[in-house]
Design a protein. Sequence first.
Length: 158
Amino acid sequence: MATMPAFLKNTATAAASGGEPPVCLERDPYRLRELPLESVFWHPKKIDNSRLVREADPRSRGACWSAIGAACAVLVLLTGVLVPNVANTLAGYKLEALKAEQRRLLDERRTLELTEAELLSPDRLQQLAQRQNLVTPKADQVFHLDNNRPDGSVAMVK
C-alpha cells in the first residue's frame, strides 16, 4: 500500500486540472510540524482483572524468610559493632558531667569554708559579744559539771 508523496500530489492534480500549478504560500514560521502518529486514533480497551487470583509460588515464601533472616543477621552484627562505641561516648559525657560537678562542689566548699572562717573570726565574735553586752565570766562564776559521779546522779547547780 504505497502512497504518492505530497509534493507530487499537488503537481499531479494541478497538471490534471489543466491550470497553472497552485501558488505555494509561505510557511507559517510558528506552526509546528505534526507529531508522529498524531492522526492515529488509539482506542483503549478496558480490562477487568478483579476476578483473577494470583497463583501461590512455593519458592517465594522461602525467599522471603531468607531475606528476613539475612536482614536480622546484619542488624545483629551492626548492633554488636556500634553499641560499644555508643556506650563509650555516653560514658565520656557522663564522666565530663561528673568532673564539672566536682569542680562546682569544690568551689562551693571553698566558698563555705571562707564564709565559716569569717563568721568564726575572733574579731567578729568580740563584736557580737559587745552588741549583746556579754562579758567574760569571773573564776567564781564558772561551775564544772562532773559526769563521773559514783552514785550516777546528774550534777546540778544548787
